[in-house]
Design a protein around this ligand. Sequence first.
Ligand SMILES: [Zn+2]
Length: 243
Amino acid sequence: MAHRRCAQRRSRPRSHVRGTGRPRPRRLGRSSTSGGGGDDPPGRRSRLRASLTSRRLDLRSALASYLVARDLPAHSFTPGAEGHCAICGLYDDALAQDLNVLNFERFKWGGTRHDSIIYAAFDLQQFHRAPRLEPTAADRELGRTILTTLRELPPGVTAAQAVTHLRPLKGNKSERQVLLDILGICGVLDTTDHHGYSDGFVPWSRRTLPSRRFIDQAYPACWWTSAAGISTKAVESVLPILA
Ligand SMILES: [Zn+2]
């Protein structure tokens, strides 16, 4: 999946989102692209829906990991800014990743490093072993409610602010933030200039982040405001049962 020479640096200090205890989305990027994948991620879409009422956050994470990994191009280390690979964002001189930490984050928040290919690989491996859980009518209804809520927000609401509007979703603020991060990766929160992975892999060099001091959402959700609406195309492609 990834080139062998890149691996993720572990020594980077991990700051936290204010007041939540959730690790802040890491500055892993620069911007986007997108194309149009229509293949079915077996089981992953339904697991995301099934996670909505069950609060199985580990299942919620797998759809994002699948989309990140699906179109990752085979490549060698491609020097980018700050020692990162410009394609995948990993470092060339990597230290081993603590999988216990990744697993904790999966269960605690539904993952926080969805654009890391190390996390994506681990997450999908664990997903494959996880007990199956079929979505219910309540999951579908809740999924549609969430999308309708996002679609009908007044203009100017950021993704971080939208979290407070997702009260029908069980869980705490951090879990809702991560759900929005996942919807961003799914392309549902695409903006004109910043896209998720529904249409193709987004190179690290294009995953830019806003220049403001506090960034509470990961790329590309950090760019989204309600003025952009939600992408019907991405919903139909990635979460068709909620369209
Ligand atoms: Zn790479």
